[in-house]
Design a protein around this ligand. Structure first.
Ligand SMILES: Nc1ncnc2c1ncn2[C@@H]1O[C@H](COP(=O)(O)OP(=O)(O)OP(=O)(O)O)[C@@H](O)[C@H]1O
Length: 711
């Protein structure tokens, strides 16, 4: 516009020149002014519409204030010039001013948009991310409320320490001045004493500050970790199937630490640096304003270098951490499955896999170190150049008597510190931005509501334990297109044994998962004594419905700890009774420390059959109404299995749901349910189903049920 306008006005002006010279000569200045105002007023709406309609790079400013400044400032300037100094406005001067007016705002917008932390964080979503950051920050402050006393104390000590620290270089300069001019012992001793007092007191205060900040930081980290952990363990099972465990662990360990640092650590350092900067610069100004102005030249350069470095470096640090976590995951996986690795002679292959992940980390670390080296070089060069310029000019000031050499030394000390402070400040700004990102991740998990309906409050004293599957249809959340159970209905009667059989993948374990409320059916209902499962209290339901899985998970600890797991008020007699029923008593008593013997990591010191028996004792210890045995006796010999079954049948009112592939396990069941491809295809007793010669009979024939004992 500013190019098209001058050309057209130049032509218009040439045409009008003759006329205006004759007719409006005495009004000429006002005529030109009128043109300029007219042009400005036309430009305002045109630029506003264009800036709203057109897509433009982010660094081109488009706000109304910018447009008003751009259009009116030059004309206003010409108007004032005419009234105060009677200088005649010219169209060309007005237009060239208009063009020049673009430069400062454009440069400043370019600068802020490139280096502002908020824009760097999210260029398209600036206002939103700013409010989010503020929200996270306020929320973190809220979590820090229990630590307000140590934090308040830390800030108090911070102030005292700062006051002491900024005085030290000043007194160093004083000492040099006293030594280089006429020596007065009293002055010298006074200066030395002041320096010593400031040094010692500021060190003590700094120590107290650091200690209190660290104390609050570790308490906040602990609080955040616990809150996050509570929220994570309450999530539904499908959350853990779709989220990598490494990611959850990383949020618990790295992100929480980073987030708490943003409050206690970063805020502490930022305030310290800000106050120090103010203190140091005011001392520098009082010593020599000329030298201070000179050092200001290097400040924006230091700022830009630090800004660029921080954003690159932080990203790389993040990537390095992720890569280290990944290679640890690989190592963990290999070590955990070392038996499989040995049995397939895959040691070399696994070493290569680990090497590949290490190489990735190494490359990232090299890149990170290269960026650091480049940054150090750049800052050293800028520092050196500033110091050379300062010393050259300082020498001139000393020789001209504007400043003493002691003051010059103080000034150099302050200047060296100020560079560090600016770099730390910029680093902290980007660190705070990054911790906002970590906070977002932490709060995302913390605020997540589990995708299963919340548990109810029912906990009746008298429970019969009748379970009813009523037209249940179910899809796994990760595979919503394939139904795993299709319109299933059956009943588990109290005190009776039911067996679920069928080909692999038929949906047996899925039925168990629904009974345990790991998932919820999309259609139909599962009722316990006529009430939907979700109406029962969480703890109550899991004490009445106990599960023993095929590969039960035991925790590192003693046998006793594993049996009482999750049950608080359980007596020694109940523990022993449960172990007796599970036929585990003999082998437990034979162990070195009996019930106090360690089972090893995940029960590694026990055999598969022993693990199954401890798991069965754990389930029986809570006195359940429904016991689910999902291939829970697959590792036991026939005799032990027989004895356990006998024992379970003698427990009054206990319903048992058995999933097994062995005929001897299921054939004595009161009812056998055959599931195939998610459908209930048959049910009845062993004899009835054999007579029917249907699916169950087919399973026996096809050896899908180990039918060594079938006649
Ligand atoms: N977590 C899951 N996410 C998605 N699909 C699953 C999940 N678990 C099981 N499935 C699928 O659901 C179907 C039924 O699996 P389920 O484990 O219930 O069968 P099963 O009858 O117990 O088999 P098996 O006798 O081999 O233990 C299978 O096709 C399986 O692939």
């Amino acid at each position: 516009m500013d190019i098209i306008f001058p050309i057209s006005l130049f032509l218009l002006d040439s045409c009008l020149n003759h006329l205006s010279a004759k007719l409006f000569y005495k009004y000429y200045p006002y005529e030109v002014l009128g043109f300029l105002w007219l042009m400005s007023i036309i430009k305002i709406p045109v630029l506003t519409i264009i800036s709203q309609r057109l897509k433009h790079p982010i660094w081109i400013p488009s706000g109304l204030i910018y447009i008003l400044t751009l259009c009116l400032s030059s004309t206003l300037y010409q108007t004032l010039r005419l009234f105060y100094s009677s200088q005649v406005p010219t169209i060309y001067l007005g237009l060239s001013n208009s063009l020049l007016n673009h430069i400062p705002p454009l440069l400043s917008c370019l600068f802020w948009n490139l280096f502002s932390p908020y824009v760097l964080l999210n260029k398209t979503d600036e206002p939103k991310s700013k409010t989010k950051e503020m929200e996270y920050f306020l929320r973190l402050l809220n979590y820090s409320r229990p630590d307000c006393l140590p934090l308040g104390g830390a800030f108090l000590f911070l102030t005292f320490a700062l006051i002491g620290e900024v005085f030290i270089p000043y007194y160093m300069g004083r000492v040099i001045d006293i030594l280089s001019t006429e020596y007065k012992e009293s002055d010298f001793l006074m200066a030395m004493l002041s320096m010593a007092v400031f040094s010692i007191t500021s060190s003590i205060f700094a120590g107290c500050r650091g200690g209190l900040f660290m104390f609050s930081l570790s308490r906040l980290t602990k609080r955040l970790r616990l809150l996050l952990f509570r929220s994570v363990v309450q999530q539904e099972i499908s959350f853990f199937e779709t989220t990598k465990s490494g990611e959850i662990v990383s949020r618990l360990s790295n992100d929480t630490a980073r987030v708490s640092r943003s409050i206690a650590g970063n805020v502490n350092i930022t305030i310290r640096m800000l106050v120090k900067c103010l203190g140091v610069y005011s001392f520098m100004f009082s010593l020599s304003w000329q030298l201070t102005l000179l050092t200001f030249i290097s400040s924006p350069i230091t700022w830009i270098i630090q800004k660029l470095y921080s954003s690159y470096h932080q990203d790389l640090v993040q990537k390095v951490q992720e890569s280290i976590a990944k290679s640890s995951d690989v190592a963990k996986e290999i070590i955990e499955s070392v038996k499989t690795v040995h049995s397939f002679a895959a040691e070399e292959e696994e070493a290569k896999r680990y090497e590949k992940s290490l190489q990735e980390t190494h490359e990232l670390q090299t890149r990170r170190d290269f960026v650091t080296a480049f940054y150090l070089l750049a800052t050293r060069i800028v520092n050196l150049m500033t110091q050379v310029a300062m010393l050259l000019y300082g020498q001139y000031l000393i020789q001209s008597g504007f400043i003493t050499s002691g003051k010059m030394v103080s000034f150099i000390l302050y200047q060296m510190e100020s560079g560090d402070y600016i770099r730390t400040l910029v680093h902290m700004l980007s660190e705070i931005t990054h911790s906002a990102g970590a906070a977002q991740k932490v709060f995302q998990y913390m605020d997540r509501t589990p995708q299963v309906s919340p548990a109810g409050s029912l906990c009746p004293d008298d429970l019969h334990g009748q379970i009813e599957f009523k037209n249940v249809t179910f899809y796994y959340p990760s595979r919503l297109d394939v139904p795993v159970l299709k319109d299933i209905s059956f009943t588990l009667h109290p005190g009776r044994v039911t067996a679920l059989v069928g080909p692999s993948g038929g949906g047996k374990t899925t039925c168990v998962s629904l009974l345990e409320r790991f998932y919820e059916p999309q259609e139909g209902n599962i009722l316990l004594d006529g009430k939907p499962l979700n109406e029962y209290k969480h703890e109550y339901l899991h004490s009445k419905v106990a599960l023993v899985a095929q590969e039960p998970i035991l925790f590192a600890g003693s046998v006793r700890e594993n049996i009482v797991y999750g049950c608080e008020n359980i007596t020694e007699e109940q523990i022993k009774e449960a172990a007796r029923k599970a036929k585990a008593e003999d082998f437990i008593s034979g162990m070195e420390k009996s019930y106090d013997s360690d089972v090893g990591d995940s029960g590694a010191q026990l055999s598969a059959g022993q693990k199954q028996r401890v798991a069965l004792a754990r389930a029986l210890a809570r006195n359940p109404k429904l016991l689910i045995l999902d291939e829970a006796s697959s590792c036991l010999d026939a005799d032990t299995e027989q004895q356990i079954q006998q024992c379970l049948q003698n427990i009054l009112g206990l319903s048992v749901l058995i999933i097994a592939h062995r005929l001897r396990t299921v054939q004595k069941a009161d009812q056998i349910i055959v599931l195939k491809d998610g459908c209930l295809v048959e049910h009845g007793t062993h004899d009835e189903l054999v007579k029917q010669k249907g699916e169950y009979y087919g399973l026996l024939q096809g050896n899908l049920l180990e039918n060594k004992e079938v006649n």
